[in-house]
Design a protein around this ligand. Structure first.
Ligand code: SF4
Length: 154
């Protein structure tokens, strides 16, 4: 998996103070996408073991307490991202108790493959659906257009 940006302290992409990872790779090609540079799986930088360890350490930091981890992109549920995302969310659940995980995807929750659904077992919230420019509304919280749904899984 490749990624574009990692923010160790982020207060805008999800509730509270968070760590946020924006991964590479998206097939949805939404009109008006604000992140077109992330569409190619080859764009950005390799997601290394060092960065994975760094994210876990940031979530365990007791000086700047994080509420949890945000995964966005690009699309964290792009089929080619699933192995690395699964490994990361499993580690967060095992090594960072009490931290929540929010995931943004262009897929619909009802259409996820079994492999994509496995990720849902480890996360707290899934925001699903493509960005639809005609339904865009800046007043919406945690989503760009009104077709998208914030699924609170646990
Ligand atoms: S799902 Fe997100 S990253 Fe992908 S094209 Fe749509 S808005 Fe852009």
């Amino acid at each position: 998996m490749n990624y574009h940006k990692y923010y160790p302290v982020d207060v805008v992409n999800g509730p509270g103070t968070r760590c946020s990872l924006f991964v590479s790779g998206c097939v949805h090609q939404c009109r008006g996408c604000y992140n077109q540079s992330t569409w190619s799986l080859d764009s950005g930088f390799p997601f290394t073991q060092e960065l994975e360890d760094h994210i876990i350490a940031d979530l365990q930091d007791t000086e700047i307490k994080r509420q949890g981890l945000t995964l966005s992109g690009g699309d964290p549920l792009h089929p080619q991202n699933i192995p690395a995302i699964l490994q990361l969310v499993k580690r967060v659940k095992n090594e960072c108790p009490g931290k929540d995980i929010w995931v943004w995807t262009g897929y619909l929750m009802s259409e996820l493959t079994p492999e994509q659904q496995e990720v849902l077992e480890y996360i707290n919230v899934l925001v699903d659906g493509k960005f639809v420019q005609d339904l865009a509304d800046p007043a919406l919280i945690w989503r760009g257009s009104s077709n998208q749904v914030v699924h609170k899984l646990r």
